[in-house]
Write a protein of this length. Structure first.
Length: 377
């Protein structure tokens, strides 16, 4: 089943190489099923590059590699010119582009670019309150003391830079950001806040909130998925038992609230009725995160079986019920992705990160290929 789903995905990706040219897909809009393209000036472009590297790794077809290599030139130029890099998503951009190239081919130019990207991310460190600021410039009145759960997926870039250089500044920032995220973004019932605010002058904690969830106290499903995956990756690097336990707890919360078909709605606290938007991307992220988590557990660990089974259930439903396998003109791999439902931004559309994590999950299941978040053994 997984092999056929991968072949279906590759058919779309291959066509998209010609469709997209030198640009990068972000989302479709309001159901028109045509990807909106960017010139590499948003936070999402790494997912297209990551899809190309996964496709090449699976097929060894030079068509995918050639397209990925052309994209690398764009990523290096963006880094040199500092095009819209004043945010925390540097890891999404460069782990799946230049770092992927380094992991697969040990290219020194890509290694150098990835280290440069890690330095850009490290510039977001704020000694008070001791966080990596998610958005905006330093001293920004709205975002100067703000963290978001998505950032956990950007921290592997810093861990990798530490492994490459031995410079403690990378590891220390990643470890502190993980700890403060665990303390303030994870609630007592194992749900999560999307964001948390600190006073940028005093460092005092202020409140949890949301940007894309239905309300401040709700649980945005994609945020919960970032947490599952992000804390599992943090454990891989830091080997702190509490991080593994946190990832498990977040995963259990997610699995216990799955709808009948295994693909979540956009927020766990909105009505689960047919007209409510889903988020297939949250499902794909969580599934890949659960497979990562399961891979970190001893074979006899009682949690390994249910995590793997839940991930397989989710991916199977995505492949059967949400993939575009029967839509010859499709540009996305998954239907029913949502960017920001409450903000009415692509609430029921293709989203490129959903496509990436769907293929990553399939690759994990079919060949044990884990993506590009860490060095392969």
């Amino acid at each position: 089943m997984w092999a056929q789903a991968i072949e279906d995905a590759l058919s779309v990706i291959s066509q998209n190489i010609d469709r997209f040219g030198e640009k990068f897909p972000l989302t479709s809009t309001q159901g028109n099923r045509i990807y909106r393209l960017t010139p590499n000036n948003d936070w999402t472009e790494g997912f297209w590059s990551g899809l190309l590297w996964l496709s090449y790794e699976y097929t060894q077809d030079s068509r995918y590699r050639d397209a990925a290599m052309r994209a690398l030139d764009n990523f290096r130029e963006r880094l040199e010119q500092r095009v819209n890099l004043d945010h925390h998503d540097i890891g999404f951009l460069y782990s799946l582009s230049t770092k992927a190239h380094w992991i697969l081919e040990r290219d020194e130019t890509s290694r150098s670019a990835t280290l440069q990207a890690a330095d850009v991310l490290l510039e977001r460190w704020r000694d008070t309150p001791g966080i990596l600021q998610a958005w905006g410039p330093k001293d920004d009145p709205e975002n100067g003391g703000r963290i978001i759960i998505d950032c956990l997926m950007n921290l592997p870039l810093l861990h990798w830079a530490y492994q490459q250089t031995g410079s403690e500044c990378y590891r220390q920032a990643a470890e502190k950001q993980t700890a403060i995220s665990r303390r303030f973004l994870v609630r007592g019932d194992d749900s999560t806040y999307h964001t948390f605010y600190f006073d940028p002058v005093t460092g005092d904690s202020i409140r949890g909130g949301t940007h894309q969830g239905s309300r401040d106290g709700s649980t945005w499903t994609r945020g919960q998925a970032w947490g599952i995956y992000g804390f599992a990756l943090a454990y891989r690097y830091l080997r702190q038992p509490e991080l593994l336990e946190t990832s498990k707890r977040l995963a259990r919360y997610f699995v216990d609230r799955l709808p009948e078909d295994g693909v979540v709605y956009w927020d766990f606290d909105v009505p689960q009725v047919p007209e409510t938007q889903r988020d297939s991307s949250a499902a794909a992220i969580a599934a890949s995160g659960m497979l990562e988590l399961a891979s970190l557990l001893p074979e006899r660990d009682v949690d390994r079986e249910w995590l793997s089974a839940a991930a397989e259930r989710i991916v199977a439903s995505l492949a059967v019920n949400y993939s575009t396998k029967d839509e010859p003109a499709a540009q996305g791999l998954l239907n029913r992705g949502s960017y920001a439902v409450r903000l009415d931004i692509s609430p029921d559309d293709y989203v490129i990160w959903g496509d990436y994590f769907y293929l990553e999950a399939l690759m994990r299941l079919e060949r044990g290929v884990p993506g590009y978040w860490y060095e392969r053994q």
